[in-house]
Design a protein around this ligand. Structure first.
Ligand SMILES: *Cc1c(COP(=O)(O)O)cnc(C)c1O
Length: 374
């Protein structure tokens, strides 16, 4: 068996190579490298894909989060609640906007933000007369958060909701695509994401025309037209070459997503028989798009080494959790503060997952796992 990568971008590229190269060539020949029709078309097509009114292409998922927070008014001293079980980009964006991250623990079944703990934390902060402004709901691994519960809490306490949908392109909650459940939603098109560019890229989606205008303006130097700058902005535009690549790949996204779901189903059917492995728990309200297929096992590190020796790459998403990262020492969290996330962080293991994974490869992976456990 050849080595199995966590994500096989080479295999995907081989299949759509001629289309990707034609799209890139087209931009090169046009010599139109900033914004232009490729970006505008991709924005329209991705908004349609998410069933939202507006999409603003930006330079990365991290910038998408930053611009969305700026657009909803997060600034100096504002608190923004999120989870410690996410990629650091979620909280970097809060800090960059001038705010401060506040962590609440995740649900032990879904590993997503726990609405009960969210409400308790909001009450506690409101009682102190804080500057709490927003909550970032991270649709981690491709599974949407419980958006009804979160939006109810947000409505009650006048909080803005931002979706971090960087891992959840095409995921659904109660039959509706993510991207329109809050004030804005942030997508990443980092190469390894479910929809990936050939470099960094991202987008913000929203149904609010004012938010869409503000974000597009901030991403392009605060411009209104060519020479008038209404505000100081940033250079966070979606690269035109990346937009051209993304337009090609967007046409395959639904097919690839179905393949991911099928692959996850196969893994779960095999691994559910192993009492020492916890398979992903999927809420019946959602369509989980399996950016990652994450199992939970007690002897995670040894198992990971064993798989590596058998040629199988795995990942850990994430360890250490954000509240215990050196970068956030200043926030004052200590070990034991967020026990569900901390417990998870020692036991989670991401198995190879994408649309390219074959039955033969998954069979091999499951065989190696089963043999190790017995
Ligand atoms: C990838 C990712 C981001 C950041 O996206 P980039 O495009 O890499 O900047 C943010 N949040 C989550 C949950 C991610 O997985």
């Amino acid at each position: 068996m050849r080595k199995i990568p966590l994500i096989n971008l080479t295999s995907q590229y081989t299949k759509i190579k001629t289309e990707i190269q034609a799209a890139i060539n087209n931009v090169l020949e046009s010599a139109n490298f900033i914004l232009g029709s490729e970006v505008a078309s991709f924005e329209r097509e991705f908004a349609d894909f998410c069933d939202v009114k507006y999409c603003c292409g930006v330079s990365s998922g991290t910038d998408a989060l930053f611009l969305a927070l700026k657009a909803i008014g997060v600034g100096q001293g504002n608190l923004v609640i999120t989870v410690p079980n996410t990629f650091i980009a979620t909280t970097e964006a809060i800090t960059r906007a001038g705010g401060k991250p506040v962590f609440v623990d995740v649900n032990p079944k879904t590993y997503l933000i726990d609405p009960e703990q969210l409400e308790a934390k909001v009450k506690e902060l409101r009682a102190k007369g804080d500057l709490l402004k927003a909550v970032i709901a991270v649709h981690l691994y491709g599974q949407p958060c419980d958006m009804n519960a979160i939006n109810t809490i947000a409505g009650k306490y006048e909080l803005k909701v931002i979706e971090d949908a960087a891992q959840a392109h095409g995921a659904e909650y109660e039959g509706r695509k993510v991207g329109g459940f809050g004030a804005a939603a942030c997508f990443s098109f980092y190469p390894g994401k479910n929809l990936g560019a050939c470099g960094d890229a991202g987008a913000v989606t929203t149904n609010d025309p004012e938010a869409a205008r503000v974000i597009a303006r901030l991403a392009n130097h605060g411009r209104d037209g060519k020479y008038i700058h209404l505000v100081e902005g940033y250079n966070c535009r979606l690269d035109t070459l990346q937009a051209a690549v993304l337009r090609v790949k967007l046409r395959y996204l639904e097919e690839w997503t179905e393949k991911r779901i099928e692959n996850a189903k196969y893994y779960s059917e095999r691994l559910v028989k192993q009492p020492s492995i916890s398979i992903p728990s999927v809420s019946e309200k959602v369509r989980h798009v399996f950016h990652l297929y994450v199992i939970r096992v007690k002897n995670r590190n040894e198992l990971r080494n064993h798989l590596r020796k058998a040629g199988i790459s795995t990942g850990i998403h994430y360890f250490p959790p954000l509240h215990l990262q050196p970068a956030y020492r200043y926030l004052g969290y200590k070990s034991g503060d967020l026990p569900v996330t901390e417990g998870l962080s020692h036991e989670i293991l991401s198995l190879p997952m994408d649309a390219e994974l074959t039955r033969t490869q998954m069979n091999y992976i499951c065989n190696v796992l089963e043999a190790y456990i017995h």
